[in-house]
Write a protein of this length. Sequence first.
Length: 679
Amino acid sequence: MLYHLLRLRLCQCYQADNSIMEIRSCQLICLQKSHGAILLPDGTPITIGRSPETRIIDPRCSRNQVQLTADYKNYKVKVKQLGANNSSIDGIDILQNEEADMGKDSILFILSGQFPHRVNFNTENPSKPDSNAQKKSSDVTEKNVSSVKEKVNPASDVSEKKFSSAKEKDNPSKSSSKRHSTDVSDYPKNKKLKTSNGNFNKDDADKKIKTEKNHNVKVKTEVQISKSDAFKSSKDEDEHEKVVTAKLEFIKEQVMKQKSSTAPTQNNKKEKPTSSPALPSLGKSSSATVGKTSSSSPTPANENTWTNHEHLYVFTSKGVKPSTKIAAFDLDGTIILTKSGRTFPLDNNDWKIIFPDVFNELKKLNQDKYKIVIFTNQLGVSKGKTKIDELKAKIENVVAKLQVPVQVFIATHDGKYRKPSCGMWEKLKNDYNGGIKIDRKESFYVGDAAGRPANWAPKKKKDFSSSDRLFALNIDMAFKTPEEYFQKQKPAPFIMPAFDPRNIASKDPLLSSKSKLVADEKEVVVLVGFPASGKSFFANEVMKPKGYVVVNRDTLGTWQKCVKAVTQSLVNSSVVVDNTNLSKDERARYVECAKKVQVPCRCFVFTTTIEHCRHNEKFRQITDESHAKINEMIFNKVKSKFQEPSMSEGFSEIVQVNFVPKFSSSSLESKYRKFLLEK
């Protein structure tokens, strides 16, 4: 309750003082904090570009890239592009020798997509301090003496707080008129407070700031500044937030001490809140401060951060808040695409925002309290084609251009984090949303890998995969393509993968026919199936316990050793040959072994399709780090090599074996029934 009363009072002060303030200066602020603020005098053209002042060294940026002319009266800056390469405002490119206006909420990119800046209209002169400025600084220091008094003698200050509160109630208009507020970015970074005996000189309570000269530009203004509440300009907003937060915490401590010193009795537990010392208006940062101190609302990130896990990088931009509503997007082909028009970027700067609609749509989502998240596969990092530091810089530039808080998850390798696997989503849900449960019905995912065929729109190529659509299915969220979401186009046709893991039955019979699993006499069983079709599991978990000797080429090394092992084992027991045995020639070797000792030879053909086998292989990669990966080229090779077995090869029987999965836990079964392949 105390906090909300403070906040309401501060807002009233800000509104009261804002009506009498006039602009004294305008500054160009670098959002990446790579250089100091640059003064923009009223009506005077200032040229910005590649220079020591901006610390821009990119050769694509001209030394005279843009010309900026501040208009104090209308709170805007006229931007004229002078350089050959485009600059942009709010994601919209400016052409050479063209002009555009930027307001106080606009973002100027010195080069399109790079070097973001904003303008800050101040009511205080940012020029170097002279003797008068030092005097004013001393005055403002005295104005903040109440804060020091609290620390020196907080107990004695309680009565003064109550007295001050009573005076304000008697004459609220007078109290309000003596408060003064400046922009958040104008709070001093390293202010040393001057202590006193706690008594103010009433004759010096108000000062008039008159006409001053700043960089040869005269700006006339008269501003009433109250000693008890005035604050000087600062270098950045973060320091202001820290100071304000510290003040609020200190006030709370003093209130709690006061309450404890006058503890209520059992019959009178309610106590009126002790009034608190006056605080400066929080301006634009008030809502952010509320987020940081209020237990009822999520805390926003106070700075850009990078964290990395094995094969996963996470970027959290300043201002990101946990939320029950997630607006998730792919990156390449959804938020950005290459400037060059190529499928893969030429360099780290070869990108642009895909549609102009992206900016407004994301701003609306942010206003509607959605958390904006990007999930992107970046396999080029693991292959050495992309440097992670360059990718990080690119991500930061993209997020800066979007002008909204964004959290980005980057999967750099194959495995559990790569879409359509759910690893990145699980990481967000479990570790990166502040413990807040996500409402999937209110959330959605947008991506361009949607399984659309060729010519889904005139002259459009087919999608390279279905990974985004399948990712949305896996995490049970609504899905749209970029064209459907940003441009409101009708849903395009798409093709689902041939294999759907959700339809695998775990209660089907193992054998398709009524054939016996185990023969009454000694025999040779030749297994036929693609890699990852379930042969080894069947041989070791089903046949071996029933007395069959398992012969496997992966273990022995050559087919000659396999033939020898079959011949030796047939002396005492039946044998099962656990190889792919896809061709007639491979199978003939073991049929011949059976004939030599005059025992029957059956052929067990696994019905697992090549797409199903690829799914099984991906599942093994995700769940077993020690598993040796089967290359995709091998699947393509064995598919062309397969020859359907026939009785003419000398088999006594051909039996079809169904894939019936067995799981050691429900979590493994849940993972298995997700789409793991990208197409």
